[in-house]
Every structure is written in structure tokens, then in C-alpha cells.
Design a protein around this ligand. Structure first.
Ligand code: SF4
Length: 362
């Protein structure tokens, strides 16, 4: 179906069918039982890059712990990060916390109601702002996440990837033209739901789709060829090393700087390996830089791996001992295994913990 035909002739029918389908078939998810903008905002942020089944668990835990905007704003960041642990993309949690504080302190606790105003808050990109404004406040503004992008590019057989400005403009224009002005929140959710449940990247369920009659990709017989995607980029492997230092029952951990990757999370002290540097040397350099302590490597403990969006990490953990003449700097925190479990740790570090319990070399 051409872009013009969809907009000029079929938009009313497409809109109606999508809304009816959503009304009858939507999944029963906890954030669909509330009109509280705060709860809707939390769900939309959690849903970015994360599967619905995981979000359900985190969403309910988060709302139990921080039931209101005020409760979130007043909480220590460490507590917020701890609840977020395992969900990834931790800047989302830091931005949620900062935005809650801005609303409480600068806006008298009043949640902004338009997408334009929401975009002034930390962490609100155009997608999140449009989703919250349309679902919580009924603003007529279309959302285009990855699922909606797939549906629209298939409906209109748009060529070009998300990096193409012209394609982005076309998709946004189609999204805004199809949007139901009277039920923008439900319409946006219908588009997202269609992308998540029927119009899947692989094996789309076109025969069950309420708008297959209007879909160019379905008519082509090969719907999976849309959307076009940019060629996959190679993920470099970063080698790093960290040291496990133990005194009595306690282990030494340090907190990452608040800004930057995994900001505010806790880890065993260490460093990324420089060219030509051995893993052991990187480990001892990291301990010295982050805690001021001089140490020596006693034994290798384990090697763990973790994949981030643009690179992979291979982290070697070593059991280390503090040199006797080393003067404690007071940097870093000594915690027992139980206390370690209460901290917000990076996922890579958490993979090391089972080896601490079972190692006889400590
Ligand atoms: Fe997606 Fe198929 Fe529906 Fe087209 S007909 S929107 S490809 S599920």
C-alpha cells in the first residue's frame, strides 16, 4: 500500500481496525490498569530495550518501593540503582531519579502534561515524552518506538534505515496522520502492541493481523524484508581485570563515578587493560588508582564475560593481597558477602560472586 493511499484513503479504516483489535486483544499488563502519569512513566522507561515479561516484575517491585513521585525523589540513588539491578541501561534509573527530583523541587510536584514540556526533563526523549503525554494526558502526539517503526515501514513499504533522515520523516508523518485524535493513548499502544505481538521481526502473524488488507509488505509475500536495517557492526572485545581483596569476612568494593557507563554501581577495583599491559598489571594499577592501595596478585580466580550494546567485556578476576607497607587511603568500602548482595552491582561483577563463595584460595 502506498504512503499516500494509506494517509488519504485508508487511514480511517486502519485506525478503526487497530483500535478495535487492541480493545479486544491487548495483553493484561499492570501499567494498563492505571491512569497515574508517574506509573505510566516508570513503565515506559523500563520497557525501552527490555522484554515485557521482565518489566512486569521490576515494575511491580519499583512501585511497591517508590509508590509516588515524592517517594522516588526522596530516595537515595543507591536504593534506586539496587532496584534497577539486572535491568541494564542504568542511565535510565539515574535519569528517573533526577527527573523526579526536578518535578518535586522545581515544578511543585506537578507532572508536566505535554510532550514538549516533558522533553525538558532528564531522560525524556521524543519517544518517552510522546508515550507519556498521549497515554496519561491524551495529547495527540504519535509515538514511534522500534515496534511501531517496523509496523509502519511494512504497511507502507518504506525503504531506508533509521539512519536515513528522509525515511524518518516519512515514518513520523505516517504515524502522526494515522493517529486517532480522540484516543491517542490507546492508538499508540495499539501500534506498539501490534509490533510486539503480531508484526514480529521474524514470522509475522499476518493472517491474524487486523490491517493486513492495507499492508504493502503482506501483499509482497515477504514482509520480513522490512524494515531495512543498518549492517551489523562488529563489537570489539575489551579486556579488563579486577582484584578481590579480602580482610576477615569483608571484600573491598568501590563505587563507579555517577556520570558515565554504569554510573553509581559498585564493583571490585580494577582497570581496563592497556595495549601491551598484562592482566595482572592492569589489575594492580586499577586497585592503586581506585583505592590508593598497593597490592600483589596471589591467584587467578575466574574470567567472566558480558556483552554491552557496542562492545563485549572479558573481565579477569584475581585474588590479591595488600602489600604490608601499603597505607590505607580510606577509599573504597569493605563489605561482607551479605552486604555485597545488598549493593547495586554491575552484572559483570555479580557473575564473580559465586566464585567468592566456593573458592578455597581466599
Ligand atoms: Fe505486520 Fe503482517 Fe500486519 Fe503487515 S500484515 S502490519 S507485516 S503483521
Amino acid at each position: 500500500m502506498s504512503f499516500e493511499t494509506l494517509i488519504e484513503q485508508d487511514s480511517v479504516e486502519v485506525r478503526g481496525r487497530l483500535l478495535t483489535w487492541f480493545d479486544e486483544s491487548h495483553r493484561d499488563l499492570p501499567w494498563r490498569h492505571t491512569s497515574d502519569p508517574y506509573a505510566i512513566w516508570i513503565s515506559e522507561v523500563m520497557l525501552q530495550q527490555t522484554q515485557v515479561s521482565r518489566v512486569v516484575i521490576y515494575f511491580e517491585r519499583f512501585l511497591n518501593e517508590f509508590p509516588t513521585l515524592e517517594a522516588l525523589a526522596a530516595a537515595p540513588l543507591d536504593n534506586v540503582l539496587k532496584l534497577w539491578e539486572g535491568l541494564g541501561y542504568y542511565s535510565r534509573a539515574r535519569n528517573l531519579h533526577r527527573a523526579a527530583q526536578v518535578i518535586v523541587q522545581n515544578l511543585d510536584g506537578k507532572f508536566p502534561q505535554t510532550a514538549q514540556e516533558l522533553q525538558n526533563l532528564p531522560g525524556f526523549g521524543s519517544y518517552t515524552a510522546a508515550a507519556v503525554a498521549s497515554i496519561a494526558f491524551g495529547e495527540s502526539v504519535a509515538t514511534v518506538d522500534g515496534n511501531v517503526w517496523r509496523v509502519l515501514t511494512r504497511l507502507a513499504c518504506f525503504s531506508g534505515t533509521r539512519n536515513h533522515l528522509q525515511t524518518r520523516k516519512q515514518v513520523l508523518r505516517l504515524a502522526q496522520n494515522l493517529l486517532d485524535q480522540h484516543h491517542p493513548g490507546n492508538f499508540n499502544q495499539a501500534m506498539m502492541e501490534l509490533g510486539a505481538t503480531l508484526c514480529r521481526p521474524r514470522n509475522p502473524a499476518c493472517t491474524d493481523c487486523p490491517v493486513s488488507e492495507f499492508c504493502g509488505a503482506f501483499r509482497s509475500g515477504t514482509p520480513e524484508q522490512w524494515p531495512q536495517s543498518a549492517p551489523k557492526t562488529y563489537k570489539p572485545v575489551i579486556k579488563a581485570a579486577c582484584g578481590i581483596l579480602k580482610t576477615g569476612d569483608s571484600f573491598l568494593v568501590v563505587q563507579r563515578p555517577l556520570e558515565g557507563l554504569l554510573g553509581g554501581l559498585w564493583e571490585f577495583p580494577g582497570a581496563r587493560c592497556h595495549d601491551q599491559e598484562t592482566l595482572e598489571a592492569a589489575c594492580l594499577r586499577g586497585i592503586q588508582q581506585k583505592t590508593g592501595l598497593h597490592a600483589r596478585v596471589a591467584n587467578p580466580l575466574t574470567v567472566v564475560h558480558h556483552t554491552f550494546s557496542h562492545f563485549r567485556v572479558e573481565l579477569s578476576a584475581f585474588i590479591c593481597h595488600i602489600e604490608e607497607e601499603s597505607i590505607p587511603s580510606g577509599r573504597g568500602t569493605w563489605v561482607t558477602l551479605q552486604e555485597l548482595d545488598q549493593l547495586a552491582l554491575t552484572r559483570t561483577m555479580r557473575k564473580i560472586i559465586p566464585f567468592l563463595t566456593f573458592s578455597s584460595q581466599m
